[in-house]
Design a protein around this ligand. Structure first.
Ligand SMILES: CC(C)(COP(=O)(O)OP(=O)(O)OC[C@H]1O[C@@H](n2cnc3c(N)ncnc32)[C@H](O)[C@@H]1OP(=O)(O)O)[C@@H](O)C(=O)NCCC(=O)NCCS
Length: 392
């Protein structure tokens, strides 16, 4: 198999669903902008060099429908020959897309591909516009369709994850994110155009553009302050808006090129994908997924958690993140886990998240002069996914 390398990896800011700065910016506009910018920011690379786009999206319907991977390639101004596909593995869609893009290059089916993800939860809210569970199966297997918030309550209840610990973890995530924003440490973020429609005197609307430079959900909070929030999913529960990931809009991409193309075009390899894996778990406690995916991907790579310099563990909920940290005995590595905060502060734009965390992982590896980084998340429906990247 050929060698393949990431030669570019960037993201837009993440903005709150409905209340945030991207609430009138369509998903195609977010993803086509970041795809076009990724090519422009890669010396010696032009759109004509791109073969294919693999795009993750958790709810590929309505404004995110009609094979967004292909539509986005066209809206980015790429030539007709650039093909595109849309990939759905819910919260791991963006990581799956990067892995599939890698595989195409390593197998020799493509030379240069884009792997990325986008989610506009403002335009397509969870769980989509028209969820239609199978009536008989849903009656006999309701666990397959429980809300993610209830799965977080289940993890907290079954594995004794206290409200206090969750709120402390959440406050820490917010503090790290605010520090990183205030010190310009999110080097993977690209200032991104957003739009708003402004009503004119004659009743018509004009489309106005403005730039977004920062994640807009960061909110410094004390554990005490978070302790006052009402449960969001279950009366008497412990999962709140303060210790849950935010629902968010965002996009992110990585460009993958073969060694041959890197040599021929003078593209600078940033990193490579060492291993990627997924594994199933109980649907009604899907948050435990990384507890199984991380050991599996480490074994595939012949590495240990001690070899990791950066650990990007998606914070779908504090309860599940804490469960995974405890079960995997990651406490000694807390200084490597989500060093600039996680989804509780920065948001979890579902299908984008895997690509977003890849860009963050590579930027953080560069910052700490590290070699190996792991990206992992739980996945709605009952899965865990994990990837190991090696910085070059
Ligand atoms: C939990 C959830 C329902 C909250 O959504 P929301 O109500 O729109 O959230 P908000 O940001 O408006 O916060 C709700 C309240 O908590 C407060 N709050 C939220 N975060 C806070 C913080 N960090 N500090 C202090 N207060 C906070 C808000 O001020 C708001 O209070 P208000 O109602 O008095 O204005 C939503 O974020 C969610 O569904 N998250 C999980 C998403 C998910 O399942 N993803 C997939 C995972 S696999």
């Amino acid at each position: 198999m050929r060698d393949a390398y990431i030669v570019q990896s960037i993201r837009t800011p993440g903005c709150k669903q409905n209340k945030g700065l991207f609430n009138q910016t369509r998903p195609e506009e977010l993803i086509s902008f970041i795809m076009k910018t990724a090519v422009e920011r890669t010396p010696n690379l032009t759109p004509d060099h791109i073969d294919d786009v693999m795009l993750g999206c958790a709810f590929p319907e309505a404004e995110q429908g009609l094979n967004l991977g292909r539509v986005a390639a066209k809206m980015a101004g790429f030539p007709d020959k650039v093909s595109g596909a849309t990939v759905n593995r819910f919260c791991a869609s963006g990581l799956e897309a990067i892995a599939l893009a890698f595989m195409r290059v390593r197998m020799g089916w493509s030379d240069i591909t884009i792997g990325g993800g986008v989610e506009s939860m403002s335009f397509v809210p969870m769980p989509g516009n028209m969820p239609r569970p199978h009536p008989e199966y849903a009656r006999t297997n309701p666990e397959m369709y429980v809300s993610m918030g209830i799965t977080a309550e289940n993890v907290a209840a079954r594995y004794n994850i206290s409200r206090e610990d969750q709120d402390n973890f959440a406050a820490d995530s917010q503090a790290k994110a605010a520090n990183a924003r205030d010190n310009g440490l999110f080097t993977e973020i690209i200032p991104t155009p957003a739009y708003k429609y402004v009503k004119q005197a004659d009743g018509t609307y004009t489309k106005e553009q403005f730039m977004v430079e920062h994640d807009d959900g960061i909110r410094v909070s004390t554990a005490e302050g978070l302790g006052k929030l009402r449960p969001a999913f279950s009366a008497g529960g412990v999962v709140t808006a303060g210790n849950s990931s935010q629902t968010t809009d965002g996009a992110a991409v990585s460009i993958i090129a073969s060694k041959e193309k890197c040599d021929a075009l003078g593209l600078k390899p940033m990193a490579k994908l060492v291993a990627y894996t997924t594994i199933g778990c109980k649907s009604d406690e899907m948050g435990v997924g990384p507890r199984y995916a991380i050991p599996k991907v480490l074994a595939q790579a012949g590495l240990t958690i001690a070899d990791m310099d950066i650990i990007e563990l998606n914070e779908a909920f504090a309860s599940q993140a804490l469960y995974c940290i405890r079960e995997l005995k990651l406490e000694p590595y807390m200084d490597k886990i989500n060093i600039h905060g996680g989804a509780i502060a920065l948001g979890h734009p579902l299908g984008c998240t895997g690509a977003k965390l890849t860009a963050t992982c590579l930027a953080n590896l560069k910052e700490v002069n590290g070699r190996y980084g792991i990206v992992s998340m739980c996945v709605g429906g009952g899965m865990g996914a994990a990837a190991i990247f090696e910085r070059l």
